[in-house]
Design a protein around this ligand. Structure first.
Ligand code: NAP
Ligand code: ZN
Ligand code: ZN
Length: 352
């Protein structure tokens, strides 16, 4: 076993602190990856603080936006070689036999995907540990190739924020000229703007305050409105074909649904820790749809990475040392990050 420095939350009430984990030598179909960068997703905060139902597995090493280089391969690996730039996203295994796994939508596995952290290995039931660490061993079928043109630190957030926004835009059929509102300009939101603009959508950012107006337009959005200003909901009523809701905290879905045209679709990707009521009338009267989406499968994640490379898209990041992680969580909750924190995992060697 390989002793590996990491940062972990001891329980849902504790800040993250240094912790040592063991990674295994690669088995026949596995690669050992030296992690260079790991993005900080709001899902890391929800889980490290045990906000989703209180059944988190602790100690927890978060991190599912992992980029690094292959340093060792198993005997039967044929997709990757030592030195390749690779990524690992939100899951590292799945049942491989259910209809979703067979069709490349492993995130929807009937038996549940094995999440990169806060989950259990399918065989040993050992806890999985994420990317706030210096290396990880993963089956080659669950590893992505990072295109050469994307800087590795700015590629890390694509592994979750990128695919979580790309996949529903494709699946629900957002096309050139469609009016799309992106709600919440955080890590997911800023990727949604870049990707949707590249797909030709007419993008409006709906952000709580006016603070991010200039940024939104610089990211390529065509319009911007502040949702704490009541006039916004009057002016924009019935104007969008699609709404992509990336908000991490409880908010009034009905107010946003009223912004959809007839037959419009509101897609939830943000996962607040509390349920919110939905009024039947707001859906029924204009035959609106309220739907959800979960990350994306391995094949589509590779497609998204190649799409981003082709369109010159990468994440806007603030690179941090691991010692800054608890402060970064506080800043993210305040909406104070432009637009994704990424951990330089070299700092874990220093911290360890
Ligand atoms: P983030 O960077 O913290 O961004 C969330 C944004 O939500 C904030 O920047 C803010 O935007 C907005 N917001 C926060 N509190 C709000 C409130 N009370 N009312 C209205 N807007 C508010 O988070 P993220 O990493 O993008 O993740 C967003 C959510 O998606 C999280 O719940 C995360 O768990 C979830 N997620 C889901 C999937 C999936 O597969 N479905 C994958 C990854 C993440 P403004 O400052 O612009 O108002
Ligand atoms: Zn995530
Ligand atoms: Zn499956």
């Amino acid at each position: 076993m390989l002793q590996t420095p990491a940062y972990a939350a001891a329980d849902g009430a504790s800040p993250l602190a240094p912790f040592t984990i063991e990674r295994r030598e690669p088995r026949a179909h596995e690669v050992l990856i030296d992690i260079l960068y790991c993005g900080v997703c709001h899902s890391d905060i929800h889980q490290a603080r045990d906000e989703w139902g209180g059944n988190g597995i602790f100690p927890m090493v978060p991190g599912h936006e992992i980029v690094g280089r292959v340093v060792q391969i198993g005997d039967r690996v044929n997709k990757f070689k030592v030195g390749d730039a690779v990524g690992v996203g939100c899951f590292v295994d799945s049942c491989r036999v259910c209809p979703q796994c067979k069709s490349g939508e492993e995130q929807l596995c009937d038996q549940g995907m094995t999440a990169t952290y806060n989950s259990r290995e399918r065989d040993s039931k050992a806890p999985t540990y994420g990317g706030y660490s210096t290396r990880i061993t993963v089956d080659e079928d669950y590893v992505l190739r990072i295109p050469e043109s994307i800087p590795l630190d700015r590629a890390a957030p694509l592994l979750c924020a990128g695919i979580t926004t790309y996949s529903p835009l494709k699946y629900y059929g957002v096309k050139a000229g469609d009016a799309l509102a992106v709600v919440g300009l955080g890590g997911l939101g800023h990727m949604a703007v870049k990707i949707a603009v590249a797909m030709g959508a007419k993008v409006t950012v709906l952000s709580t305050s006016q603070n991010k107006r200039d940024d939104a337009l610089a990211l390529g959005a065509h319009a911007f409105a502040a949702t704490r200003e009541a006039a916004t909901f009057k002016t924009l009523a019935g104007t969008f074909d699609f709404i992509l809701d990336t908000v991490s905290a409880p908010h009034d879905y009905n107010a946003y649904l009223s912004l959809l045209k007839a037959n419009g679709t509101m897609i939830l990707v943000g996962i607040p820790d509390q349920p919110a009521p939905v009024a039947a009338g707001v859906l029924i009267m204009r035959r609106r749809k309220l739907v959800g989406s979960l990350i994306g499968g391995i094949r589509e994640t590779q497609e998204m990475l190649d799409f981003c490379a082709a369109h010159g898209i990468a994440s806007d990041i603030e690179l941090i040392d691991i010692a800054q992680i608890n402060g970064a969580y506080v800043r993210m909750i305040k909406g104070d990050v432009k637009y994704r924190f990424v951990i330089d995992t070299a700092s874990l060697n220093a911290a360890g």
